[in-house]
Design a protein around this ligand. Structure first.
Ligand SMILES: Cc1cc2nc3c(=O)[nH]c(=O)nc-3n(C[C@H](O)[C@H](O)[C@H](O)COP(=O)(O)OP(=O)(O)OC[C@H]3O[C@@H](n4cnc5c(N)ncnc54)[C@H](O)[C@@H]3O)c2cc1C
Length: 600
């Protein structure tokens, strides 16, 4: 099934009403002149058209056919080439790129919606331009002017693609132990050798060149993460005039056969003395790569919401059309042999859960995108500093919580279809398989949780939380007396107090118990995510209450219904996570290692 329609009204609501984006952008000289409300709406509607008409229809076949490999070459599924050309011709790859090098300089808040639409249409397809956008961002932030002039324009236009080459067979979460080597050459370049695995788009037939961003160690560099440098390794080396020259010695040895995203080529890449060029300074590669990884991490959250949105749209339609059983409160469709699935509380619970997580997630990713825009475009130093702290704090939450909830949503979408969700025809089982990877790559969700709790919270004794919690507190104080928001403000205040208390408990406990952080991290991230979504639902409710315009009344009313459901039926999960944290690490750590293996 490929009847995805971008949730335009919700996107416009978030930009124009919840975050008042035009007002924010008007304070930012670099974007103020680029966009107004009409331009934003026109971009969104073009994006909606492209993704619904040209990309979504390819998704089913991309799963059936998959990307294929033969003799070092990768062929992408039928139709990807044509759709990719349309994507490039529309300038979508340049949307938020640096205008000095051919980008359009648009804000992330807008770009994130186009990203979501593309992910909703096909994760396999979306990954190719997504990696290019991330690689361009890292180059734009850390490469020399000459390097930017050499690569960026063609990457923004989509003529060349980008990749991110980090993972090795023995070095995944722990990149410090990687062994790819980069040896300095007389001409100032480096010869890279080693094998990288799981490289998304490492080889493909969509672009004429591929610019690999590779992490490797220069002999003599410090051990661990501090000895990693970043290199640009083009598939085709460039002649002095910028035209494509000889083929570099980087080749694709094979592609993975995997659970989902089968149209995305996941490549084993062999570097055999491949010519590479150092980006920035030696041994700062991991820091530089974090620019790309942080971009991709928010992108993963958006990928999750994208897939879950498609799942919801199909499940809601199905639940209204499919008839099974009768309503507990009396027959609803007397002219039919049974009532629609939507009369059953459990089916409604599944759909409302999906919608509450999807819309809460979309609002949260827009909030994080707003902070990224402030960092990039504001000229107020204090605002930039606060936004930087928020981005650091919230990026692991966006990556992990949004993808965890997206996986739950897609599973629920499949369940709404019953047995028909398990068979291929309706596309639900593909969404479950495709979205699963979002919890794993770009740093597993377990690693994100450790980043949040260990690095962002405990390491500075909770200081990073101050800005975020102060903002939530200020919202609570401002709306405490607002009767229309009664159902939102008090539960938000209670959840905030609970999170503050459990944060203090962890900070104190981990002094004695060195396993406390590891034992609490995923529950802490989940509790943090629930609090964040409660805040998002409260700000959406505030903008939705008191509307009487007939034309849009349904939209605002639905927001309030779904928001109320989130607060009453989903936010209470926070208590389970807090109880689990309070139990400490004992029950996790006491069983001897030998007893984990039945054969002992
Ligand atoms: C389809 C696909 C596409 C990918 N694309 C790319 C790409 O484009 N570029 C790229 O470089 N990589 C890519 N990856 C690699 C991906 O980022 C890694 O697989 C991921 O980061 C996890 O590394 P790993 O597989 O080695 O697992 P491991 O690091 O071995 O982790 C195994 C388990 O142990 C846990 N764990 C590990 N260390 C710790 C710790 N210190 N504390 C607590 N728990 C821990 C993890 O959370 C996980 O649950 C891709 C992978 C896949 C499957």
């Amino acid at each position: 099934m490929s009847n995805y329609q971008a949730p335009m009204r919700d996107m416009q609501f978030l930009l124009h009403e919840v975050f008042n984006a035009e007002k924010l952008w008007s304070t930012m000289p670099a974007v103020a002149e680029l966009i107004d409300k009409d331009t934003v709406d026109a971009i969104l509607s073009e994006g909606a058209k492209l993704t619904a008409e040209a990309i979504a229809p390819l998704n089913r076949n991309s799963d059936e056919q998959g990307a294929t490999w033969a003799n070092g070459e990768v062929t992408t599924p039928d139709g990807f080439n044509k759709a990719y050309q349309l994507y490039c011709d529309g300038g979508w790859g340049a949307l938020s790129g640096d205008p000095e090098y051919g980008g359009m300089g648009m804000p992330k808040m807008l770009q994130s919606f186009v990203e979501e639409m593309t992910q909703s249409a096909s994760i396999s397809f979306a990954l190719y331009p997504m990696l290019t956008a991330g690689a361009s961002l890292a180059l734009s932030a850390h490469a020399s002017t000459e390097m930017k002039q050499t690569y960026l324009e063609n990457m923004y236009s989509g003529k060349w693609a980008g990749t991110m080459c980090l993972t090795e067979p023995h070095a995944g979460s722990d990149l410090g132990i990687m062994s790819a080597k980069a040896e300095a050459q007389d001409d100032g370049s480096f010869a890279l050798s080693g094998t990288k695995i799981f490289i998304t788009g490492g080889e493909q037939d969509l672009t004429e060149n591929i610019i690999h961003l590779v992490l490797a160690k220069i002999p003599g560099a410090p051990e661990g993460p501090r000895g990693i440098s970043m290199f640009v390794v083009p598939k085709f080396l460039l002649n002095d005039d910028g035209s494509l020259g000889v083929r570099n010695t980087v080749t694709c040895g094979s592609i993975e056969h995997k659970m989902g995203i089968k149209g995305s080529a996941t490549c084993v890449m062999n570097f055999d003395g491949a010519k590479g060029f150092l980006v920035g300074e030696e041994n700062k590669g991991l820091n530089y790569m974090f620019t790309m990884m942080n971009y991709e991490r928010l992108g993963m959250g958006i990928q999750g919401v994208g897939a879950a949105e498609t799942s919801y749209q199909q499940a809601a339609e199905y639940a209204i059309e499919r008839i099974q059983g009768r309503s507990a409160t009396g027959v609803k469709s007397a002219d039919k042999k049974a009532d629609s699935l939507i009369v059953h509380p459990d089916v409604r619970k599944m759909l409302l859960t999906m919608r509450a997580f999807n819309e809460g997630g979309r609002c949260f990713s827009t909030y994080v995108a707003k902070q990224l825009d402030i960092v990039k475009f504001s000229d107020n130093e204090n605002d930039i500093k606060q936004a930087e702290e928020l981005v650091a704090l919230l990026t692991p939450v966006a990556k992990a919580f949004m993808t965890d909830m997206a996986y739950e949503s897609c599973n629920l979408g499949q369940m709404v279809f019953g047995g028909h969700g398990y068979v291929r025809e309706w596309g639900q089982e593909q969404l479950v398989r495709d979205v699963r990877i979002a919890q794993i790559y770009e740093g597993t969700n377990g690693i994100q949780a450790l980043d949040l709790l260990g690095r962002k919270v405990v390491a500075n004794k909770g200081k990073f939380l101050d800005v975020y919690f102060a903002e939530i507190t200020s919202f609570i104080t401002q709306h405490n007396e607002n009767k229309a928001l009664n159902g939102f403000v008090q539960p938000l205040a209670t959840a905030l107090e609970k999170l503050k208390a459990i944060t203090e408990l962890i900070i104190a406990e981990q002094e004695q118990d060195k396993n406390m952080i590891g034992a609490s991290a995923t529950d802490y991230l989940a509790a943090f995510g629930l609090l964040s979504y409660a805040y998002m639902w409260a700000i959406m409710a505030e903008k939705s209450s008191g509307h009487s315009q007939q034309s849009d009344q349904d939209f605002y009313q639905a927001k309030l219904y779904v928001g109320e459901f989130f607060i009453e039926r989903l936010l209470p999960r926070i208590d389970g996570h807090i109880l689990a944290i309070e139990a400490g690490s004992k029950s996790l750590m006491t069983m001897p290692e030998s007893l984990f293996n039945y054969n002992h």
